[in-house]
Design a protein around this ligand. Structure first.
Ligand code: FES
Length: 118
């Protein structure tokens, strides 16, 4: 079941600077990119490092601890030492605000792919 949260005004984000939010107890990284907004789980799948503090460039974020890279559009782990993808969350822009869907129950109900509505 969809469970949308407003995480802030679009203009409060800066392209290629990820932010961290906690929604329903889940740490989530919001990634503003040239391709739009994306959201992933906020903790690196290799070890417990906060991913939003990493370098974000061309829709890839580099974990600040051991430099694994992830595609923020799909969550895919692109380079070791991480091999497990990040979870992704749907994102929508509604008027001037960014909304993130933190599904309740089965994630398949809402899809895994972020979306960007302009
Ligand atoms: S904690 Fe992220 S790559 Fe090791």
């Amino acid at each position: 079941m969809a469970n949308w949260h407003c995480v802030g005004r679009v203009d409060a984000f800066e392209v290629d600077f990820s932010e961290e939010v906690t929604l329903d107890g889940q740490v989530i990284a919001v990634h503003p990119t040239e391709e739009g907004f994306f959201a992933t789980s906020g903790i690196c799948t290799h070890e417990d490092e906060r991913i939003f503090e990493g370098l974000l460039d061309r829709c890839q974020i580099e974990c600040p601890k051991h430099m694994a890279r992830f595609d923020v559009r799909t969550g895919a782990a692109l380079s070791p030492p991480a091999i497990t993808p990040l979870l992704t969350y749907q994102v929508e822009l509604r008027d001037d605000y960014v909304w993130v869907n933190v599904p309740v129950g089965d994630r398949d109900d809402t899809g895994q792919s972020p979306t960007w509505n302009s």
